[in-house]
Design a protein around this ligand. Structure first.
Ligand code: SF4
Length: 497
């Protein structure tokens, strides 16, 4: 059965919105252990990625191909989704359409209930995190067990993921050992009492614990990295093999997929299977790539297609390229802001640079008004993005859309008035020289009165220079600098930014 998508925004935004970023970031940067964990992990992944990307001579062409395929897909999303639905249905699967998280959670809960199961195993999935599926299942009396190692650490630690690819990036080995010893026994096979914090020992404890879950589960829930519209093929790309166990062992498989995860054909998929592993884990090829088309014999397969604000993003020509994202997390690992604050500060299941653009777009900019400012606009995220999403430009676009407080608007209006005439600007120069007094001997202003205190709350302000540019020009050239000509009609429009 076909249906129509198109609720303007995500209805339940609890997984996409947390505390304002400046408030949450302040706590994070004050935690030296967290900063050490993040710094070590991101530096390692960054170096691995740079090495393997450097091996590919046509990387930039691949990147351009990835961007073009995604743009073509987004431009034809309506017909490609119907093609996918027809192909999955023809191969024995059932397709469900969910406008928002509430609808998706209801569909999945009813499907699990229909099997009589009271627990499910899960493959790591951003879409199910976005809709808060684990919490919804728990409210319905169904236990959902994460089977990805990092997700397991987060779940057992009663924590939240802080990275797209490495959700437990903020934890070190000693902390993980402690969590396993404390928590595993309460929900399944306990960790051995003599567990050490060596990676093989921790992995073995997780393996034994999870094996019991795989063998007893009757329902598995996954996301999908890609879906091929032409054949109805779904794909999960992973490193540990837990995904394959979930996808093949339980008799019922439910996949929740954001509607943007489509590619038209298998040839298109080939491009992304090269771009994704090198960008995410810094590997030439990921160890496990599972693909399935519809239901296999003896298995019941359901595909839930999730909108949850995506058609609203699609409707914004300046913002829609965020839907190209393949969730590789390369942008997180190079971002100087993410490296210092970690993912929790973003208050969304999508942290880092992509979270700073995607979350406000999915929820509406007013609900995540501070996230577009969680960036230095250095452009490193754009450089590494395998589908060339121009995140800095989108951040600026979103900054213009978020509601600005009245004092800030008043200051900007006053600045525009002063800069509107050479005479008025000259008057502000003498006032700004007086600002040097506020800096005292340090030469830095530490606090200003409201409303300017918002600026100095998190940064020092350098004092105005003793001699401004116009004064310097006049002194060295013997006359004031020439007036700047007004921009020609049809120019680059920089004044409207
Ligand atoms: S925005 Fe680009 S770099 Fe960041 S997660 Fe998405 S695809 Fe990867």
């Amino acid at each position: 059965m076909s249906t129509f998508l198109g609720l303007p925004r995500a209805v339940d935004t609890s997984q996409l919105r947390g505390r304002p970023f400046p408030e949450a970031a302040r706590a994070a940067v004050a935690d030296p252990q967290l900063r050490r964990n993040l710094g070590d992990a991101t530096a390692t992944i960054r170096a691995k990625r740079a090495r393997v990307v450097g091996e590919v001579p046509d990387w930039e062409s691949l990147r351009a191909a990835g961007a073009a395929i995604k743009d073509h897909t987004l431009a034809n999303l309506d017909s490609l989704l119907l093609q996918l639905e027809a192909a999955v249905t023809a191969r024995g699967g059932t397709v469900h359409w969910a406008r928002d998280s509430a609808e998706a959670n209801r569909i999945v809960t009813e499907l699990v209930r229909a099997t009589g199961a009271d627990e499910v195993v899960k493959v790591k999935s951003m879409a199910t995190q976005e809709i808060g599926l684990n919490e919804a299942l728990e409210a319905a009396g169904i236990a959902a067990w994460e089977t990805d190692l990092a997700e397991l650490i987060v779940q057992l630690g009663h924590d939240k993921p802080s990275h797209i690819l490495v959700p437990a990036i903020h934890r070190n080995r000693a902390e993980i050992r402690e969590i396993f010893l404390r928590e595993m026994g309460a929900v399944g096979l306990p960790a051995p009492a003599d567990l050490t914090d060596s990676p093989p020992a921790l992995a073995e404890a997780a393996r034994r614990h999870l094996r019991q879950k795989f063998l007893s589960a009757r329902v598995a829930i996954s996301g999908a990295n890609f879906a091929v519209a032409a054949t109805g093929t779904l794909s999960v790309v992973e490193s540990e093999g837990n995904g394959r166990m979930c996808l093949t062992l339980p008799p019922t498989l439910i996949t929740v997929m954001g509607i943007e995860k489509l590619v038209p054909t298998w040839q298109d998929l080939e491009v992304f299977l090269q771009l994704l592993p090198r960008s995410s884990t810094g590997e030439r090829m990921n160890p496990y790539t599972s693909m399935w088309s519809g239901a296999v014999e003896g298995q019941d397969f359901h595909l839930v297609l999730l909108d949850n604000g995506r058609t609203a993003v699609l409707g914004d020509p300046s913002g829609r390229s965020a839907l190209r994202c393949i969730r590789c997390s390369a942008c997180l690992n190079v971002c100087p802001v993410y490296e210092r604050t970690g993912g929790h500060a973003y208050g969304s299941v999508y942290p880092g640079p992509i979270g700073a653009v995607l979350s406000p777009q999915l929820t509406g900019p007013e609900l995540n008004a501070t996230l577009p400012y969680a960036s230095s606009l250095c452009g490193a995220c754009y450089d590494v993005c395998p589908v060339a999403i121009d995140i800095p430009t989108m951040l600026v676009h979103l900054r213009a859309q978020v509601p600005h407080p009245a004092p800030e608007r008043a200051v900007m209006r006053a600045a525009a008035y002063a800069m509107g005439s050479p005479r008025r600007w000259a008057a502000t120069r003498s006032a700004s020289r007086a600002g040097r007094l506020l800096g005292g001997r340090r030469g830095r202003i530490r606090s200003l009165p409201p409303p300017l205190s918002g600026w100095t709350a998190s940064r020092d302000l350098p004092v105005p220079p003793a001699e401004g540019f116009r004064d310097w020009w006049t002194r060295t050239h013997g006359s004031p600098p020439p007036a700047t000509p007004p921009p020609a009609a049809g120019g680059d429009g920089a004044g409207a930014a």
